[in-house]
Ligand binder design. Structure first.
Ligand SMILES: NC(=O)C1=CN([C@@H]2O[C@H](COP(=O)(O)OP(=O)(O)OC[C@H]3O[C@@H](n4cnc5c(N)ncnc54)[C@H](O)[C@@H]3O)[C@@H](O)[C@H]2O)[C@@H](O)CC1
Ligand SMILES: [K+]
Length: 516
């Protein structure tokens, strides 16, 4: 099983610029702005307007994103709509392509306004062409003045907003909001997908994302380093259907080390997730003084003193951290876990302890077997010795730094989770929703990952599939409950089990024969 090589690539702003520049050097350079504007106008016509006669408001900014907007305005006007263009730049100072596009708009009798027209005018759609990938992300310069006012005004309208390339104000590399950002219904992005569309504030600002690659044929296109973790990719890394001739040993052993006093629930949740996602045997080593000898509502879990975990038959995966706490008592157990020779998942307080104790960090980076780290942004910040805001300002980079610093597989959790492999390949998750923002969902994710490793998936496959499945399970719950309030972590386990079965057995369940 290989992670598919037809996964959807995601490109940084620098890589998109490289593609644009290479295209400009081709013997017959494509007219990219014209192509982008036409492609966007077609999507708007076919997917949103569904016919002529509409009132359209187009916001055009001072750069080439504004140029795209002039092209869209021209096509929508020619196709029988009434288009009002509000332009924020200086016609003499716009870049050459945008200047041509503005002229072409004038040539069909188009006009420009300096402000959004007042009054009771209602619009059928707003087109956002204020800022694209040229938004200044290096200086964290916020959008101010009239652009800010315009974005505020259109965000308050109950009108569909279509963002060209990326919602204005959203950083294409980091998904940060630079002062204010368009909240789009539809984002039509050009040339390639950008990380900012999928992480941090991206999912909130973009609405539905449509890619128009503009069919650029380059002799040496840039090698992608980042891909989308979507349904298509997840389906390529499923465990196989179960062989008839199997037993519990076939599906592996998972052990979980954690569950200090007051936090046993976290380890139990991870254990239940591992069990329900298909691990053959699940052991828990609970640190709590008053640890229960059995989980009466899940008696299949084998509760042992922590020391016994290390004397068990070969483990396929050890999960350390759920409910571990940060006490002095937890330290030697974590140290022991770090020297284990099976795949290790390090979660929650185990990450915090590693951040505080450099000998542990050293042990982690020197491990021979694979390790998966599952930090949320605050845990990532501790590992990198920085603040949570700094991590969130550049999530892509934070995930990469952790993977490189500790030579590990990493998932940086939060909206648009980022998975990073030790070699630096990154995957942006597209599943999940805010219903997951509740205690215990991280423990469940760790348990799910452990189960997939126990069933034979490699660490990269288990990481990606568990992250996608976890989000997809929450999405399914939200659909069934008509909202995002009140999902609990245990429910994620149930939904994930259902989905995994549906995916693995989508071609039917062979081997279960009708009674003779
Ligand atoms: N260059 C090309 O070949 C193509 C570019 N295209 C479009 O062009 C866009 C990129 O164009 P540009 O590089 O001109 O950049 P943008 O049009 O995205 O923005 C650049 C302008 O915004 C200003 N600016 C940046 N940050 C600001 C802030 N915080 N507040 C106020 N003003 C700010 C800059 O001074 C500059 O005038 C893409 O996103 C895409 O929409 C497409 O037409 C496809 C082809
Ligand atoms: K835009």
């Amino acid at each position: 099983m290989q992670i598919m090589d037809t996964a959807d690539p995601v490109f940084s702003t620098a890589e998109i610029r490289d593609i644009e520049q290479q295209a400009a050097r081709l013997p017959k350079p494509p007219r990219l702005m014209e192509k982008a504007g036409l492609a966007a106008a077609q999507v708007i016509r076919d997917q949103l307007l569904k016919g002529p006669g509409h009132q359209i408001l187009v916001l055009a900014g001072p750069g080439n994103n504004g140029g795209d907007a002039f092209v869209v305005a021209r096509y929508l006007q020619e196709w029988g709509n009434t288009v009002t263009v509000v332009f924020g730049g200086d016609g003499n100072r716009v870049p050459p392509d945008a200047k041509q596009a503005l002229q072409a708009w004038f040539n069909i009798g188009g006009d420009i306004c300096a402000e959004i027209p007042d009054g009771d005018r209602s619009w059928d759609a707003v087109i956002d062409g204020l800022f694209g990938i040229g938004l200044d992300q290096s200086q964290h310069r916020p959008i101010e003045g009239k652009y800010r006012e315009w974005i505020e005004a259109v965000n308050q309208m109950a009108t569909p907003i279509v963002a060209l390339d990326i919602p204005s104000g959203l950083g294409s590399d980091d998904g940060c909001i630079y002062g204010i950002a368009i909240h789009a219904t539809l984002t039509i992005t050009f040339i390639g997908l950008k990380p900012g569309l999928f992480t941090h504030s991206g999912p909130e600002c973009c609405g539905t994302i449509v890619l128009r690659d503009l069919d650029i044929q380059l002799p040496a296109p840039p090698e992608p380093h980042t891909w989308l973790l979507n349904h298509k990719l997840a389906q390529s890394i499923l465990p196989p259907v179960r062989r008839a001739n199997s037993h519990k040993g076939t599906f592996g052993n998972v052990a979980i080390l954690g569950g200090s006093t007051g936090m046993t629930g976290a380890a139990l949740l991870a254990g239940r997730a591992a069990l329900h996602l298909g691990a053959g045997r699940v052991y828990l080593g609970l640190l709590a003084d008053n640890a229960p000898p059995v989980d009466f509502s899940q008696p299949e879990l084998m509760l042992r003193p922590p020391s016994e975990l290390f004397t068990l038959a070969p483990l396929n995966c050890l999960i350390v951290g759920p409910g571990l706490g940060q006490s002095a008592e937890a330290l030697p157990w974590l140290e022991k876990a770090l020297t284990s020779d099976c795949t290790l998942i390090v979660d929650a307080d185990a990450l915090n302890l590693i951040a505080q104790h450099s000998p542990l960090a050293k042990k982690l980076s020197q491990r021979n077997a694979s390790t998966i780290l599952t930090p949320h942004p605050a845990e990532a910040a501790r590992l990198l010795n920085t603040g949570t805001a700094a991590v969130q300002q550049n999530r892509m980079n934070a995930a990469l730094q952790i993977a490189q610093q500790f030579n590990c597989y990493v998932v940086l959790k939060g909206a648009g989770s980022i998975c990073c492999l030790p070699g630096g390949k990154r995957y942006l998750n597209t599943s999940g929703n805010p219903a997951l923002s509740t205690a215990g969902t991280g423990d469940v994710l760790a348990g799910m990952m452990g189960a997939l490793i126990a069933q034979g998936l490699k660490p990269d496959q288990a990481l990606l599939l568990a992250v996608y499945l976890h989000g997809a399970a929450a999405n399914r719950w939200v659909q069934q409950h008509h909202g995002m309030v009140g999902m609990v972590a245990s429910e994620v386990i149930a939904e994930a089990r259902l989905l995994l079965n549906e995916w693995v057995y989508r071609n039917g369940i062979n081997g279960v024969k009708p009674l003779l």
